[in-house]
Design a protein around this ligand. Structure first.
Ligand SMILES: [Zn+2]
Length: 246
């Protein structure tokens, strides 16, 4: 189970956005790991320290999110951090996208994109066509195309934290875990759950949202173009996780 530990004063509606996101990931992933002790505190499942504090005003740094402490053996997260800049949160709320950003960033805390490299799940890194090689995600990508398993194209643009840490925007469009927030629904696909299974999680595929690959026209209608876009999620920093007991 995911526990959100608020480390700054946060309003009830904002807390609720974190709580609903934790609940959504709990529906899809099993984080019932054996309890461990970190800095004298027992952690059962995954604990996320969450804060909203002034950083540098609107724009600039959005915050940081990622795993901070990994379990020995599986190297799945026991602890993680999510911090947002107050001024940016106000703008995201005005745009109606704050909760989707929280849901998206929580996936990074759980390892999406942030643990792929250390788990050896990326091939062709640094090229124009980096791919995610996990077999469960590959099977689900193949199924989306009505074909056999195929490695999944991952982000080949954007800075550190975006490139090779998300599904490729121009292929997957409004899926929650591309590097940009686009579209209106932002579904969590079976393919995304497959990537968590490839990391070692037990997942419930039945809890995925309906998703199909968008056509080029759909992508255009969602306002997705390759080069010019406001990339909020690119402005998130990532902590460097350490493995408990190492
Ligand atoms: Zn992201």
């Amino acid at each position: 189970m995911i526990t959100v530990n608020f480390t700054s004063p946060i309003s009830a509606p904002r807390r609720a956005a974190f709580e609903r996101s934790a609940q959504r990931w709990d529906e899809t992933l099993n984080t019932s790991f054996a309890p461990v002790t970190v800095d004298g505190v027992t952690i059962d499942g995954v604990t996320i320290d969450a804060a909203i504090t002034p950083i540098d005003g609107a724009g600039g740094v959005l915050g940081q999110a990622g795993p901070s402490v990994l379990l020995p053996g599986s190297e799945l997260p026991a602890k993680g951090v999510m911090e947002f800049d107050t001024a940016d949160v106000e703008r995201l709320e005005a745009e109606g996208s704050f909760e989707d950003v929280v849901l998206h960033e929580m996936a990074h805390v759980l390892g999406f994109g942030t643990l792929w490299s250390r788990l050896g799940l990326i091939a062709a890194s640094g090229t124009n066509n980096p791919i995610f090689t996990g077999p469960e995600a590959a099977r689900e990508f193949g199924a989306l195309e009505g074909g056999s398993a195929r490695a999944v194209p991952i982000a080949n643009t954007g800075g550190t934290g975006t490139r090779e840490g998300h599904w490729r925007e121009l292929v997957f469009g409004d899926e929650l875990l591309t590097g940009f927030l686009s579209g209106a629904d932002r579904p969590i696909s079976r393919m995304s759950l497959g990537s968590f299974a490839d990391m070692g999680y037990e997942v419930d595929y039945a809890a995925a949202d309906p998703f199909e690959l968008p056509s080029f026209r759909k992508l255009a209608e969602m306002g997705i173009t390759e080069a010019v876009r406001i990339c909020d999620l690119c402005r998130m920093g990532r902590p460097e996780p350490w493995v408990l007991g190492s």
